[in-house]
Design a binder for this molecule. Structure first.
Ligand SMILES: [Zn+2]
Length: 306
Protein backbone atom coordinates (compact mmCIF):
# COMPACT_ATOMS: atom_id res chain seq x y z
CA UNK A 1 0.00 0.00 0.00
CA UNK A 2 1.37 3.36 -0.83
CA UNK A 3 0.51 6.01 1.74
CA UNK A 4 0.12 3.66 4.64
CA UNK A 5 2.92 1.26 3.83
CA UNK A 6 4.97 1.97 6.97
CA UNK A 7 1.90 1.43 9.12
CA UNK A 8 1.06 -1.79 7.34
CA UNK A 9 4.63 -2.93 7.77
CA UNK A 10 4.34 -2.40 11.47
CA UNK A 11 1.01 -4.18 11.58
CA UNK A 12 2.51 -7.09 9.71
CA UNK A 13 5.47 -7.45 12.02
CA UNK A 14 5.54 -10.83 13.69
CA UNK A 15 3.88 -11.07 17.09
CA UNK A 16 6.99 -10.69 19.30
CA UNK A 17 7.67 -7.41 17.56
CA UNK A 18 4.31 -5.95 18.44
CA UNK A 19 5.87 -4.09 21.36
CA UNK A 20 7.98 -2.14 18.88
CA UNK A 21 4.92 -0.61 17.31
CA UNK A 22 4.77 2.00 20.03
CA UNK A 23 8.44 2.94 19.65
CA UNK A 24 9.49 5.69 17.31
CA UNK A 25 10.46 3.96 14.08
CA UNK A 26 13.90 5.51 14.05
CA UNK A 27 14.81 4.45 17.57
CA UNK A 28 17.88 2.32 18.25
CA UNK A 29 15.58 -0.43 19.44
CA UNK A 30 14.01 -0.66 16.00
CA UNK A 31 17.38 -0.96 14.33
CA UNK A 32 18.26 -4.08 16.32
CA UNK A 33 15.21 -6.07 15.40
CA UNK A 34 16.57 -8.15 12.54
CA UNK A 35 16.81 -11.92 12.74
CA UNK A 36 18.57 -14.08 10.16
CA UNK A 37 17.43 -17.58 9.20
CA UNK A 38 19.63 -19.78 7.01
CA UNK A 39 17.66 -21.58 4.27
CA UNK A 40 20.43 -23.02 2.09
CA UNK A 41 24.24 -22.85 1.88
CA UNK A 42 24.12 -19.37 0.39
CA UNK A 43 20.53 -18.21 0.92
CA UNK A 44 19.02 -16.54 3.99
CA UNK A 45 15.81 -14.89 5.07
CA UNK A 46 16.09 -11.72 7.16
CA UNK A 47 13.09 -10.82 9.31
CA UNK A 48 12.66 -7.32 10.63
CA UNK A 49 9.81 -4.88 10.44
CA UNK A 50 8.01 -5.00 7.11
CA UNK A 51 8.35 -7.44 4.25
CA UNK A 52 10.67 -10.42 4.57
CA UNK A 53 14.09 -9.91 2.98
CA UNK A 54 15.94 -12.54 0.95
CA UNK A 55 19.74 -12.57 1.02
CA UNK A 56 21.73 -14.51 -1.57
CA UNK A 57 25.50 -14.69 -1.14
CA UNK A 58 27.51 -15.32 -4.31
CA UNK A 59 31.26 -15.75 -4.87
CA UNK A 60 31.55 -12.00 -5.30
CA UNK A 61 28.75 -10.18 -3.56
CA UNK A 62 25.52 -10.14 -1.63
CA UNK A 63 22.17 -9.83 -3.39
CA UNK A 64 19.18 -8.48 -1.48
CA UNK A 65 15.57 -9.23 -2.32
CA UNK A 66 13.56 -6.31 -0.83
CA UNK A 67 14.81 -3.86 1.79
CA UNK A 68 12.02 -2.89 4.23
CA UNK A 69 12.32 0.69 5.52
CA UNK A 70 14.95 3.39 5.17
CA UNK A 71 15.24 3.87 8.94
CA UNK A 72 16.05 0.20 9.45
CA UNK A 73 18.94 0.09 6.96
CA UNK A 74 21.72 0.23 9.60
CA UNK A 75 20.25 -2.85 11.28
CA UNK A 76 19.80 -4.60 7.95
CA UNK A 77 23.44 -3.94 7.03
CA UNK A 78 24.51 -5.46 10.34
CA UNK A 79 22.33 -8.49 9.73
CA UNK A 80 23.96 -9.00 6.31
CA UNK A 81 27.43 -8.57 7.84
CA UNK A 82 26.62 -11.25 10.42
CA UNK A 83 26.67 -13.86 7.62
CA UNK A 84 29.00 -12.45 4.95
CA UNK A 85 31.77 -9.90 4.33
CA UNK A 86 30.68 -9.61 0.69
CA UNK A 87 29.29 -6.19 -0.25
CA UNK A 88 25.63 -5.69 -1.18
CA UNK A 89 25.83 -5.17 -4.94
CA UNK A 90 22.41 -6.01 -6.33
CA UNK A 91 18.93 -5.28 -5.05
CA UNK A 92 15.72 -6.84 -6.35
CA UNK A 93 12.27 -5.46 -5.44
CA UNK A 94 9.38 -7.95 -5.43
CA UNK A 95 6.89 -5.03 -5.82
CA UNK A 96 6.62 -1.30 -5.10
CA UNK A 97 5.13 -1.14 -1.57
CA UNK A 98 7.07 0.90 0.96
CA UNK A 99 7.62 -1.95 3.39
CA UNK A 100 9.61 -3.71 0.62
CA UNK A 101 11.32 -0.75 -1.11
CA UNK A 102 11.86 1.76 1.69
CA UNK A 103 15.61 1.10 1.76
CA UNK A 104 16.08 1.66 -2.00
CA UNK A 105 17.30 5.25 -1.73
CA UNK A 106 19.81 4.35 0.94
CA UNK A 107 21.19 1.43 -1.07
CA UNK A 108 21.24 2.88 -4.58
CA UNK A 109 24.62 4.54 -4.13
CA UNK A 110 26.36 1.25 -3.38
CA UNK A 111 24.60 -1.28 -5.60
CA UNK A 112 25.41 -1.92 -9.25
CA UNK A 113 21.70 -2.05 -10.03
CA UNK A 114 18.20 -2.20 -8.59
CA UNK A 115 16.00 -4.69 -10.47
CA UNK A 116 12.22 -4.93 -10.52
CA UNK A 117 9.15 -5.25 -12.71
CA UNK A 118 8.56 -2.28 -15.00
CA UNK A 119 5.45 -1.25 -13.03
CA UNK A 120 7.43 -0.95 -9.79
CA UNK A 121 9.40 1.87 -11.35
CA UNK A 122 6.17 3.43 -12.60
CA UNK A 123 4.48 3.33 -9.16
CA UNK A 124 7.54 4.64 -7.31
CA UNK A 125 7.90 7.50 -9.80
CA UNK A 126 4.22 8.41 -9.36
CA UNK A 127 4.58 8.34 -5.57
CA UNK A 128 7.62 10.65 -5.70
CA UNK A 129 6.01 13.26 -7.93
CA UNK A 130 6.22 16.69 -6.28
CA UNK A 131 8.12 15.39 -3.25
CA UNK A 132 11.29 17.13 -1.98
CA UNK A 133 14.62 16.07 -3.45
CA UNK A 134 15.57 13.94 -0.45
CA UNK A 135 12.52 11.78 -1.10
CA UNK A 136 13.33 11.15 -4.75
CA UNK A 137 15.35 8.31 -6.22
CA UNK A 138 15.92 4.69 -5.40
CA UNK A 139 14.17 3.69 -8.62
CA UNK A 140 14.73 0.33 -10.30
CA UNK A 141 17.34 0.70 -13.05
CA UNK A 142 16.83 -2.63 -14.78
CA UNK A 143 13.21 -3.55 -15.30
CA UNK A 144 11.56 -6.72 -16.49
CA UNK A 145 8.15 -7.11 -18.10
CA UNK A 146 5.70 -4.75 -19.69
CA UNK A 147 3.18 -2.26 -18.38
CA UNK A 148 0.37 -4.68 -19.23
CA UNK A 149 0.60 -7.08 -16.28
CA UNK A 150 -0.98 -9.91 -18.30
CA UNK A 151 2.27 -10.23 -20.20
CA UNK A 152 4.39 -12.94 -18.62
CA UNK A 153 8.01 -12.02 -18.15
CA UNK A 154 11.20 -13.61 -16.96
CA UNK A 155 14.76 -12.49 -16.48
CA UNK A 156 17.55 -14.84 -15.50
CA UNK A 157 20.56 -13.35 -13.80
CA UNK A 158 23.87 -15.12 -13.27
CA UNK A 159 25.86 -13.51 -10.51
CA UNK A 160 29.05 -14.86 -8.97
CA UNK A 161 28.16 -18.47 -9.77
CA UNK A 162 24.52 -18.24 -8.71
CA UNK A 163 21.58 -18.37 -11.08
CA UNK A 164 18.44 -16.49 -10.09
CA UNK A 165 15.14 -16.31 -11.94
CA UNK A 166 12.95 -13.20 -11.79
CA UNK A 167 9.44 -14.33 -12.69
CA UNK A 168 6.35 -12.28 -13.44
CA UNK A 169 3.32 -14.42 -14.11
CA UNK A 170 0.45 -11.93 -13.98
CA UNK A 171 -1.00 -9.27 -11.66
CA UNK A 172 -1.76 -10.62 -8.19
CA UNK A 173 -0.87 -8.59 -5.11
CA UNK A 174 -0.12 -5.63 -7.45
CA UNK A 175 0.43 -5.22 -11.19
CA UNK A 176 4.19 -5.43 -10.78
CA UNK A 177 4.90 -8.55 -8.76
CA UNK A 178 7.95 -10.63 -9.39
CA UNK A 179 9.01 -13.79 -7.64
CA UNK A 180 12.67 -14.69 -7.30
CA UNK A 181 13.71 -18.33 -7.64
CA UNK A 182 17.13 -19.72 -6.74
CA UNK A 183 16.66 -23.25 -8.08
CA UNK A 184 20.32 -24.29 -7.94
CA UNK A 185 20.83 -23.58 -4.22
CA UNK A 186 21.66 -26.52 -1.93
CA UNK A 187 17.97 -26.28 -0.99
CA UNK A 188 15.82 -24.68 -3.72
CA UNK A 189 14.41 -21.34 -2.56
CA UNK A 190 11.79 -18.99 -3.97
CA UNK A 191 10.88 -15.55 -2.62
CA UNK A 192 7.23 -14.89 -3.49
CA UNK A 193 6.93 -11.35 -2.16
CA UNK A 194 3.40 -10.43 -1.10
CA UNK A 195 1.85 -13.02 -3.39
CA UNK A 196 2.08 -15.19 -0.28
CA UNK A 197 1.22 -14.29 3.32
CA UNK A 198 2.02 -17.28 5.51
CA UNK A 199 -0.35 -17.75 8.44
CA UNK A 200 -2.25 -14.48 8.19
CA UNK A 201 -4.95 -12.80 6.18
CA UNK A 202 -3.25 -11.51 3.02
CA UNK A 203 -3.57 -8.11 1.41
CA UNK A 204 -4.28 -7.36 -2.22
CA UNK A 205 -3.72 -3.84 -3.55
CA UNK A 206 -6.67 -3.33 -5.90
CA UNK A 207 -5.68 0.26 -6.67
CA UNK A 208 -2.17 -0.98 -7.40
CA UNK A 209 -3.53 -3.36 -10.02
CA UNK A 210 -3.90 -6.53 -7.93
CA UNK A 211 -6.82 -8.96 -7.83
CA UNK A 212 -7.72 -12.21 -6.09
CA UNK A 213 -7.99 -14.36 -9.22
CA UNK A 214 -4.53 -13.28 -10.30
CA UNK A 215 -3.09 -13.91 -6.85
CA UNK A 216 -4.59 -17.39 -6.86
CA UNK A 217 -3.23 -18.14 -10.33
CA UNK A 218 0.24 -16.97 -9.30
CA UNK A 219 0.13 -19.37 -6.35
CA UNK A 220 -1.12 -22.23 -8.57
CA UNK A 221 1.69 -21.48 -11.00
CA UNK A 222 4.32 -21.80 -8.27
CA UNK A 223 2.74 -24.99 -6.91
CA UNK A 224 3.08 -26.38 -10.43
CA UNK A 225 6.87 -26.18 -10.53
CA UNK A 226 8.27 -25.81 -7.03
CA UNK A 227 9.76 -29.02 -5.62
CA UNK A 228 8.52 -30.54 -2.35
CA UNK A 229 11.89 -29.80 -0.75
CA UNK A 230 11.82 -26.08 -1.53
CA UNK A 231 11.83 -23.37 1.07
CA UNK A 232 9.44 -20.56 0.27
CA UNK A 233 9.92 -17.02 1.56
CA UNK A 234 6.54 -15.32 1.89
CA UNK A 235 6.23 -11.53 1.88
CA UNK A 236 5.09 -11.79 5.48
CA UNK A 237 5.12 -14.60 8.03
CA UNK A 238 7.55 -17.44 8.70
CA UNK A 239 9.48 -19.31 5.98
CA UNK A 240 7.18 -21.88 4.42
CA UNK A 241 7.03 -25.21 2.64
CA UNK A 242 5.03 -26.28 -0.38
CA UNK A 243 2.48 -27.67 2.06
CA UNK A 244 1.98 -24.22 3.61
CA UNK A 245 1.60 -22.68 0.16
CA UNK A 246 -0.97 -25.35 -0.72
CA UNK A 247 -2.88 -24.40 2.40
CA UNK A 248 -2.74 -20.72 1.38
CA UNK A 249 -4.05 -21.68 -2.08
CA UNK A 250 -6.93 -23.56 -0.48
CA UNK A 251 -7.73 -20.54 1.70
CA UNK A 252 -7.84 -18.21 -1.29
CA UNK A 253 -10.09 -20.69 -3.10
CA UNK A 254 -12.44 -20.95 -0.11
CA UNK A 255 -12.68 -17.16 0.05
CA UNK A 256 -13.30 -16.90 -3.68
CA UNK A 257 -16.05 -19.55 -3.58
CA UNK A 258 -17.69 -17.92 -0.56
CA UNK A 259 -17.80 -14.50 -2.23
CA UNK A 260 -19.17 -16.02 -5.43
CA UNK A 261 -21.90 -17.83 -3.52
CA UNK A 262 -23.06 -14.61 -1.83
CA UNK A 263 -22.63 -11.81 -4.36
CA UNK A 264 -24.83 -9.34 -2.51
CA UNK A 265 -23.24 -9.62 0.93
CA UNK A 266 -20.96 -7.00 2.45
CA UNK A 267 -17.55 -7.94 3.79
CA UNK A 268 -18.92 -8.07 7.31
CA UNK A 269 -21.85 -10.26 6.28
CA UNK A 270 -19.50 -12.58 4.42
CA UNK A 271 -17.30 -12.74 7.52
CA UNK A 272 -20.30 -13.67 9.71
CA UNK A 273 -21.40 -16.39 7.26
CA UNK A 274 -17.92 -17.94 6.79
CA UNK A 275 -16.87 -21.27 8.29
CA UNK A 276 -14.03 -19.98 10.48
CA UNK A 277 -13.47 -23.29 12.24
CA UNK A 278 -11.73 -24.66 9.15
CA UNK A 279 -9.29 -21.71 9.01
CA UNK A 280 -8.22 -21.09 12.60
CA UNK A 281 -4.58 -21.05 11.42
CA UNK A 282 -5.18 -18.02 9.19
CA UNK A 283 -4.96 -15.12 11.61
CA UNK A 284 -6.35 -11.63 11.21
CA UNK A 285 -3.96 -8.79 12.10
CA UNK A 286 -5.46 -5.69 13.65
CA UNK A 287 -8.46 -3.96 12.14
CA UNK A 288 -7.04 -3.74 8.67
CA UNK A 289 -5.99 -7.28 7.78
CA UNK A 290 -9.34 -8.63 8.91
CA UNK A 291 -11.54 -11.29 7.37
CA UNK A 292 -14.22 -8.68 6.63
CA UNK A 293 -11.75 -6.48 4.75
CA UNK A 294 -10.35 -9.40 2.81
CA UNK A 295 -13.85 -10.42 1.74
CA UNK A 296 -14.35 -6.85 0.51
CA UNK A 297 -11.13 -7.10 -1.48
CA UNK A 298 -12.10 -10.53 -2.82
CA UNK A 299 -15.34 -8.97 -4.08
CA UNK A 300 -13.32 -6.28 -5.86
CA UNK A 301 -14.08 -3.45 -3.42
CA UNK A 302 -11.36 -1.41 -1.71
CA UNK A 303 -11.98 -1.74 2.05
CA UNK A 304 -12.68 1.43 4.01
CA UNK A 305 -10.06 2.49 6.55
CA UNK A 306 -11.00 2.84 10.16
ZN1 LIG B 1 2.80 -5.39 -0.51
Amino acid sequence: MRATAPLLGLLLATAPLAAHVKHARNSQADQKIHRVEKLADNVYCIFGNGGNIGLVVTDQHAVLIDDQFDKLLPGLREAVKSVTDKPIKYLINTHHHGDHTGGNRGLEGQVVAILAHRNVRKHLLEAQKGKPADQQGGLPELTVGEEDPRVKARMDIHLGGVEMHLLHYQAGHTDGDIMVGIPGASVPVIHMGDLFFNGTIPYIDLKGGGNLTGMLENVEHVLGFVPDTAKIIPGHGPVATKKDLTRFRDFLKAVQAHVKAHPKMSGQELDAAFDHTAWADVKAIGDFLSYANFFEIAAGRVPARR
